[in-house]
Design a protein around this ligand. Structure first.
Ligand code: AMP
Ligand code: MG
Length: 428
């Protein structure tokens, strides 16, 4: 039995449920990986630059380095001619400072000689010929020089711990000479579907014969776990029998977290919670004031391994995963940003809810220039209607305390478009 006794629901408001989950799901630790495998992972430590970037004042254009005073007033009608005293291709260095009254040819990315105030782009010259160059504009006389250290400075923290490794972060790491990077460890997440009415994919003839329904939660949650940047470990499909559930959960002993579906509703046999208690579960809470997905349980198995017991209804399983499990897996993986950035939307139609629940309605978003996107329900919102999630761009949040949002009202939505990064292996 749970400490609070079976049947006694906590009924936590959504924000409190999420806070309790995050309190108990600390980062797992870290490992070094090659840059090429780091995308989507979280930096486990701040990165301090050991270099200035650019290392010197470099030219942003192909052209001629000048002292502004030497080309002042140059125009089509009053061109200025100067001798070319040097040539600096990318990868080469100037031989010395720029002499007054002369110009030095420089290429993009090449160091600009000392004393130059700017680089006149080649298009504003005759290109230089016979040791001389003609300037037809002085527009760039003080431009086109990227000062040393404008991007990175030696000794400065250039990336902070918890940041997700994006292509740009990979670029910064490469700039400072990293070939490997310390990132948060990827949580391995055991996924168990339960239910006598369910058939595995290889038993689809049972579905065709009208005796079973397909297990959609197992595959959908494996995809959601992978999309959250974690590693799914399928534990199969358990019958509604204690022994079967227990045996399969024990197979997940090596996992960092467990996700189960079904068997946690009121009036159910509470099979999953019973077995978890047999395995030593410390239940942190059961039931949350959300729709869909209120019969959600969260607890810790011995060695502080988190267990998320999701409802069986396919919509409830995916929605509770999105709002309560995904942030926890990201925290375990070391990410600083746990939740997706919510977007302001305007409702295309009236949406009703129960005042004591936070609702997550499935919506499509229609972008409109200069105004928040218009959010339209994806049809009936029953928790068995999985296609309402498949068709959705976002979850519309109707917070607790709100019974009705009129058409045209402002609200917030959680965009689902990417469902997070793909794992580096791409095979999950
Ligand atoms: P339960 O939580 O066991 O009361 O299940 C609630 C509803 O979700 C029932 O209609 C189940 O048939 C359905 N369900 C439970 N598990 C799954 C699953 N893995 N895949 C698809 N539907 C499921
Ligand atoms: Mg069931």
């Amino acid at each position: 039995m749970s400490p609070k006794g079976h049947g006694e629901a906590d009924w936590l408001p959504f924000p409190e449920a999420l806070a309790r989950v995050l309190e108990r799901t600390p980062p797992l630790g870290s490992e070094a990986v090659p840059l090429a495998a780091a995308r989507g992972r979280a930096l486990a430590a701040d990165v301090v630059s050991g270099v200035d970037q650019p290392p010197w004042d470099v030219s942003a254009m192909d052209g001629f380095a000048v002292r502004a005073g030497d080309v002042e007033g140059a125009s089509e009608d009053a061109p200025v001619r100067l001798p070319v005293s040097g040539d600096v291709p990318a990868g080469a260095f100037p031989e010395g400072p720029l002499e007054p009254g002369a110009a030095v040819r420089v290429m993009t990315g090449a160091p600009v000689p000392e004393g130059a105030t700017g680089v006149v782009r080649v298009e504003h010259t005759d290109g230089g010929d016979g040791g001389m160059v003609t300037f037809r504009s002085d527009e760039d006389a003080r431009g086109n020089v990227r000062p040393a250290g404008e991007d990175l400075r030696r000794g400065r923290t250039v990336l902070t711990r918890g940041l997700e490794v994006t292509p740009a972060v990979v670029g910064v790491l490469a700039t400072v000479g990293r070939r490997e990077v310390e990132v948060g460890r990827i949580p391995r997440v055991g996924i168990l579907a339960t239910g006598d009415e369910l058939a595995r994919p290889d038993a689809f003839d049972e579905v065709l014969a009208g005796r079973k329904i397909a297990d959609s939660n197992g595959p959908a949650l494996a995809a959601a776990v992978a999309g959250a940047g974690a590693e799914p470990v399928p534990l199969g499909l358990a019958r509604d029998e204690r022994e079967d559930v227990r045996r399969r959960l024990e197979r997940g002993a090596e996992c960092d977290a467990l996700v189960t579906t079904a068997g946690v509703s009121v009036g159910d046999r509470d099979l999953v919670r019973e077995v978890l208690e047999d395995l030593g579960l410390e239940e942190v809470f059961w039931r949350v004031r959300i729709r869909p997905g209120s019969p959600f349980a969260f607890g810790l198995l011995p060695s502080a391994r988190p267990v998320f017991a999701l409802p069986g209804n396919p919509v409830s399983a995916l929605v509770t995963f999105e709002v309560l499990v995904r942030p926890a897996l990201r925290r375990m993986a070391g990410h600083a940003r746990l939740e997706r950035r919510r977007v302001p939307v305007e409702l295309a139609e009236e949406v009703r809810g129960k005042a004591d629940l936070t609702h997550f309605n499935r919506v499509r978003l229609e972008g409109r220039p200069g105004r928040p996107p218009l959010a339209r329900l994806t049809g009936p919102q029953g928790s068995g209607i999985l296609t309402s999630v498949a068709a959705a761009d976002a979850l519309l949040v109707v917070p607790e305390g709100t019974e009705r949002l009129a058409a045209g009202a402002a609200a917030e939505a959680i965009p689902l478009d990417a469902w997070g990064p793909r794992p580096a292996s791409g095979d999950a």
